[in-house]
Design a protein around this ligand. Structure first.
Ligand code: AKG
Length: 288
């Protein structure tokens, strides 16, 4: 992903539009309603399929508080918070936008939990952390990445197919659990998550720097995915090796989400070279 800075405002540079055939869901993800519904059967499902949905993980008050926290940070509630990345397409018009319009020019926000207690309350929600444990083989979960991913109406662009472990400096066998929480209703039209169930077991897939650091389009074209539409407060747990992506937001509706990643407490990082040995494609005599 390429990012440029202009007068302290960060922009995520515009990428090409994806081919529609890259996102062809054939089914909708399965799940349970509450954290308390997760038992051995659901843990086995997660291990087998690489994902698990909790449809009503957070209540409307918790989600509204998180949205308020996010919007406050975008509006500049904390001048010392700088990790707001605007869509490249908004570069020319950003200074003329009002507060509400400015929100719809944001692509993503990161490293925010220490800047807003309402957001930290979600990432460190006790029931949530407890639910991650069995997915990690019983280890206590430690959050190592926090992001808010925003797809503004019509403007929000694709996150191409990838495996999250291609981004993280952890040994390949680390049980990384990704979590994705819908703040707005996430639909196929506004760019909800799409996943390839079971394919986390296939191991690392080579990634290429194209529209982003991603799996080659040719590898994914025509593959049937499973869509993960969620109501606000719905949550997707997904394995760090599960191929996933989100298409462009072609709808008039916002799609805001939180994404937190967890690893077992105390997991040591490895060198980037270790990660690239598995995922780095350029230089391996392969083409994309
Ligand atoms: O929310 C999205 O659009 C995609 C998030 C994602 O897969 C990622 O950032 O790794």
């Amino acid at each position: 992903m390429s990012t440029t800075a202009t007068r302290e405002v960060l922009f995520d540079v515009v990428a090409d539009m994806h081919a529609p055939e890259l996102y062809q869901p054939m089914a909708v993800a399965e799940g349970v309603d509450h954290f308390s519904d997760i038992g051995p059967e659901q843990v086995a499902f997660y291990k087998e399929n690489g994902y698990l949905v909790v449809r009503k993980a957070f209540n409307p008050q918790e989600i509204q508080a998180a949205i308020d926290g996010l919007v406050a940070l975008i509006m500049g509630s904390r001048p010392d918070f700088t990790h707001v990345y605007f869509e490249g397409k908004a570069k020319k018009i950003l200074s003329s936008l009002g507060p509400e319009q400015r929100q719809d020019a944001v692509r993503k926000i990161g490293m925010f939990i220490e800047f807003d207690a309402r957001l930290k309350a979600i990432s460190h929600h006790p029931e949530f952390l407890e639910a991650i444990k069995p997915l990690m083989g019983g280890a206590s979960a430690e959050m190592f990445q926090d992001m808010a991913l925003i797809k503004p109406p019509r403007l929000g662009r694709e996150k191409p197919w990838h495996q999250d472990k291609a981004y993280f400096e952890y040994a390949l066998n680390t049980p990384v659990v990704g979590t994705w929480i819908a703040l707005d209703e996430a639909t196929i039209e506004n760019g909800c998550m799409q996943i390839m169930p079971g394919r986390h077991k296939e191991g690392p897939i080579l990634h290429f720097q194209r529209r982003d650091w991603q799996i080659c389009d040719n590898t994914m074209l025509g593959q049937k995915s499973v869509a993960v539409p969620l109501k606000p407060g719905g949550l997707l747990f997904f394995d760090g090796m599960l191929p996933h992506g989100t298409p462009h937001n072609s709808s008039p509706n916002r799609r805001r989400a939180l994404q937190f990643h967890y690893a077992p407490v105390g997991t040591m990082k490895v060198e980037a070279a270790e990660r690239l040995k598995h995922f780095g494609a350029e230089g391996k005599n392969v083409t994309c």
